[in-house]
Design a protein around this ligand. Structure first.
Ligand code: ADP
Ligand code: MG
Length: 261
């Protein structure tokens, strides 16, 4: 990606290309009593080029389920997910996920954990190595290539999670509560580093979906926030976060939103 500074683009957000289009998405799971649990009902959202969109909802509201559907890891009971104009029926190469629990392989080094993200792309091994090292360097883990996950702090483990997702140069990065397993100070550091890379145009991605139950995090990180209800999960409202100082102006009003989700 060319070096560029985000936020200076002249095009209005509504004119930017649609990366992801989710229409009427519905998802049910079988219940032990033989019935059905309706987890997602009529979920509609669009992610455009150059934006970070937050999905703010309580635990159990279906946020991870929605990300799995977007990533093609699970199939909906109704509705559809389109990525770059194509219907998603399996994992598309342009979408990568960072998980809350890091999901690293404990028996692999940092470098090997990141390289595994590239396995499916069929690149020559020299290119795999080069890209993995670049992703590790970008995310601030230079010098830890040979370390094993157990030798790293939580924040560093999640940086490996980010590197493994970024190494494929996805168009869309799905973040499933990536900071919620970290202590608050570490979370703040990893978040700020990520945002700085994003703002400076240094991340090889076009759009981000951030799932969170943390209002401050959503306001800090997102251009738009979708409010997600529980039982069933639906998007009940959308808030645009105005830069450059969203926290000061929006935070009090966001607190009252808690009652609505
Ligand atoms: P969130 O990520 O918002 O915390 P989830 O998407 O993980 O919520 O879960 C939403 C609901 O769907 C929960 O009630 C959960 O128990 C249920 N659920 C999620 N995955 C499955 C599954 N594979 N089988 C049955 N129920 C599931
Ligand atoms: Mg979840």
């Amino acid at each position: 990606m060319d070096d560029k500074v985000r936020g200076s683009a002249v095009s209005r957000p509504s004119e930017r290309a649609i990366l992801l289009d989710v229409q009427g998405l519905r998802k049910t799971f079988p219940r032990p009593d033989g019935g059905e649990l309706l987890v997602l009902d009529d979920v509609n959202l669009r992610i455009r080029d150059d934006e970070i969109v937050g999905l703010l909802g309580r635990s159990g509201s279906g946020k991870s389920t929605l990300l799995r559907l977007i990533a093609g890891l699970s199939q909906p009971a109704g509705g559809l997910v389109s990525y770059m104009g194509e219907r998603v029926t399996g994992p598309p190469p342009g979408i990568a996920i960072v998980f809350q629990s890091f999901a690293l392989f404990p028996w692999l080094t940092v470098l090997e954990n990141v390289e595994i993200g590239l396995e499916a792309l069929g690149l020559p091994s020299a290119a795999i190595r080069r890209r993995a090292l670049a992703a590790i360097d970008l995310i601030g883990l230079d010098g830890f290539e040979s370390a094993y996950p157990r030798e790293l702090s939580g924040g560093m483990r999640q940086r490996v999670g980010f590197a493994r997702a970024l190494v494929v140069h996805p168009n869309i990065l799905l973040l499933d509560e990536p900071f919620s397993a970290l202590d608050v100070l570490t979370a703040e550091t990893v978040r700020t580093d990520f945002l700085e890379l994003w703002s400076d145009g240094k991340l090889p991605i076009k759009g981000v979906v951030l799932v969170t139950h943390n209002i401050e995090e959503a306001v800090q990180m997102c251009d738009r926030i979708l409010l997600f209800s529980t039982n069933p999960g639906r998007i009940i409202d959308e808030i645009t976060v105005d830069l450059p100082q969203p926290r000061d102006r929006l935070e009090p009003s966001f607190r009252s939103l808690v009652d609505r989700i």
